[in-house]
Ligand binder design. Structure first.
Ligand code: S0N
Length: 271
């Protein structure tokens, strides 16, 4: 059995690691891992930790127990302008988390057991890869419960599974089995429930053998195609990060600090 070590103790999530692999688990099984703004805030903090810790190479997002990955926003704390947390402010901060999962420059794998519903299913969608247990079920309920996600939840879903399928998912609000989701390209692999963590870890270990910079640029490039200028900004920032490492960029910095003209002529002009 895999040994996980706690990175930090939270009230609504588990945050653990095993060497270079971090695991963030929504820990509210009593409500099928529905999230509140506080759950989301804890996840944002954990993802940011993973982003900053250079010894973490990959992140697994999952839900506690076999019954649900996540059932979306907790309807008990749904207020008038969003979901209401301990600070009594109504907000939709799950959108911030979706964005963070997209821009974090490390692969994020959703490990889905049981229900993946509503805003929880959008979190699964925005992860880079999804490994589903054979008991997983995928569903959008927005039009049934008076809500919708017209961002990644609709437009990006259409890119992933096709427009006709995405409209079917939202217009009918039917559940789809793991096998049906696999056939639509909604998930990457379906395995027996008992094997899902072992399989997810196997994918993590294989990915960790690859160049982290290459993975970073591939993720950013694919997201830039869907994220417009914000996606371009991400890949541009990655390019700047690499450029800062170069003698050419350092010459510009050093010349400024030494109050002299930079000598850029010594650097090659590649084809
Ligand atoms: C998940 C379902 C299908 C599981 O069914 P199952 O296994 O039969 O269990 P239940 O008996 O139904 O549930 C067990 C207990 O858990 C509670 N519970 C389940 N889900 C929720 C939830 N989301 N909120 C609060 N409680 C939940 C049940 O009430 C039950 O409790 P007890 O034992 O006390 O009766 C099934 O449970 C189900 O269909 N759940 C509701 C799914 C749903 O409609 N989710 C909300 C969808 N909307 C969002 O996620 C909003 C997302 C969002 O934040 C957003 C952000 C940006 C832009 C737009 C949006 C947007 O609004 O969409």
């Amino acid at each position: 059995m895999t040994q996980w070590q706690t990175i930090k103790t939270y009230s609504e999530i588990l945050f653990e690691r095993q060497d270079q692999i971090a695991k963030i688990t929504i820990n509210r099984p009593q409500v099928r891992n529905a999230f509140t703004p506080d759950t989301i805030q804890e996840m944002i903090e954990a993802f940011n930790y993973c982003r900053d810790d250079s010894s973490i190479g990959i992140i697994i997002l999952t839900g506690q127990g076999d019954l649900a990955f996540c059932s979306g926003g907790d309807q008990n704390v749904r207020g008038n302008g969003g979901y209401v947390g301990k600070d009594h402010i109504a907000r939709l901060n799950v959108l911030d988390l979706q964005h963070l999962i997209r821009i974090i420059p490390k692969p994020v794998i959703a490990m889905v057991r049981g229900w993946s519903v509503g805003g929880g299913n959008i979190l699964q969608l925005v992860c880079d890869l999804t490994i589903a247990a054979d008991n997983a079920k995928f569903m959008q309920t927005g039009p049934k419960v008076g809500s919708f996600d017209a961002g990644y939840g609709s437009a990006y879903l259409a890119r992933v599974i096709g427009h006709k399928r995405a409209k079917e998912v939202w217009f009918l609000c039917h559940p789809y089995t793991a096998q049906e989701a696999y056939q639509m390209g909604w998930v990457n692999k379906v395995v027996p429930l008992a094997d899902v963590e072992q399989e997810t870890l196997a994918w993590c270990h294989e990915i960790l053998q690859k160049s982290p910079t290459a993975l970073r640029f591939i993720k950013a490039a694919m997201n830039a195609d869907t994220d417009g200028l914000a996606g371009l900004q991400q890949i541009a920032g990655d390019s700047t990060m690499l450029f800062y490492e170069s003698p050419e960029a350092k010459e510009g910095r050093d010349a400024y600090l030494q109050k002299r003209q930079p000598d850029f002529n010594k650097f090659p002009k590649f084809p």
